[in-house]
Write a protein that binds this ligand. Sequence first.
Ligand code: FES
Length: 220
Amino acid sequence: MGEKIVAWRDSNGKLSVMSDLCPHRGVALSVGEVNGDCIQCPFHGFEYDTSGDCKLIPANGRDAKPPKAMHVKTYLTREEHGFIYLWWGEPQQEYPPVAWFESVGENMVYTTLRDHWKCHYSRAIENQLDVVHLPFIHHNTIGRGNRTLINGPVTTEESKGKGDHLLNVWVYNVLDNGQKPTKPSDMPEPTRRPFLQFHFPNLWHNWIARHSYHPGVHPN
Ligand code: FES
């Protein structure tokens, strides 16, 4: 989001994620040090606790109370699934539970890929749901086989509680032999696992088939 942040833990392991900017003279706190329960700015040694409050201005002596204005902006966070999440939206008391996929277990390994699309996020989501473009844009990978005729697709929705909403999408693209496409309402109930799961508002799980695709054959 274009903002520099610093993440650190106090002596009890309490996490703090804050703006990487000392409110005194603007030095990056990330090049400072963690000193007990505070992060210490490297320039004049001001110390800030996990809530961003200044606890010590060394030049004024240990007895002096730092002014309230000496406060670093901190972020609401939640640690879950091995990640640290920051809340960027409207102010909240507590970070709500993070949507996840039950299929992604403890053994998950991951890497990071950044791919910035210059479009509204709803266009990106729409694109993930658009199975018609597969044989054209992705003709030599996930859309290979010239399967331009679209049966279905089949979609189902699941709600697992407030704010936890899931959309399953099954893709049934086939070769066009002159037959009519099957309407979504006439499609049989899917028995294999979904190709795509969209966890509102912004998580995707793409189930990769074990076997490579063959024209007209649905992978299991
Ligand atoms: S700039 Fe951080 S203490 Fe002065």
